[in-house]
Ligand binder design. Structure first.
Ligand code: SF4
Length: 162
């Protein structure tokens, strides 16, 4: 049932993005307070089309089915750290992605409050997430089960028991 609603919400979201496509560079400039999205209107518009197409290939559905209202950050059992390859930025198709070096990329809206309403802050959520973007650095660690130990009836080291 959740998938049904997630599919509906995702389709609605994508349709609204196409509907407001001509206004997207202006909205992005205003929301993220960056002049370049407006100053480079045509370039931003082209990137928006690529971005929306990439969103429709899974990320929009992933957001409504697994992220929205459920997780806000990378799970604690996920190990590793980002090496800025840009794979998880929808395979370099995100409109906000910026090239930093020959093989490194950064997020142009990283510090924005609004970025939290995306898949980005909680990537990777699972092994599936790691695999689908071939993330080279994160890996799933071992979840340590909580173990309860019986308290000894006699204190073995008196100075530590009070
Ligand atoms: S795929 Fe992994 S290493 Fe590459 S940018 Fe994303 S989190 Fe960082």
């Amino acid at each position: 049932m959740r998938d049904f609603f997630a599919r509906g919400a995702s389709n609605l979201y994508l349709a609204s993005l196409y509907l407001f496509l001509p206004a997207m560079p202006l909205l992005a400039g205003l929301i993220f307070w960056r002049r370049k999205y407006v100053a480079q209107y045509v370039q931003t518009l082209r990137k928006c089309v690529i971005h929306i197409r990439a969103l429709s290939n899974g990320p929009a559905f992933h957001y409504f089915s697994e992220v929205a209202g459920r997780v806000k950050q990378v799970p604690t059992y996920m190990n590793g750290s980002c090496v800025q390859c840009g794979n998880c930025c929808m395979e370099h198709q995100c409109v906000f992605l910026e090239q930093l070096g020959d093989t490194t990329f950064g997020c142009g809206i990283y510090g924005s409050y609004w970025r939290r309403f995306s898949n980005c802050g909680s990537f990777p959520l699972s092994q599936h997430d790691i695999d689908r973007y071939a993330c080279p650095s994160y890996y799933v660690g071992t979840e340590m089960p909580i173990r309860f130990h019986k308290t000894p009836s006699v204190c073995p080291v008196p100075s530590t028991c009070s």
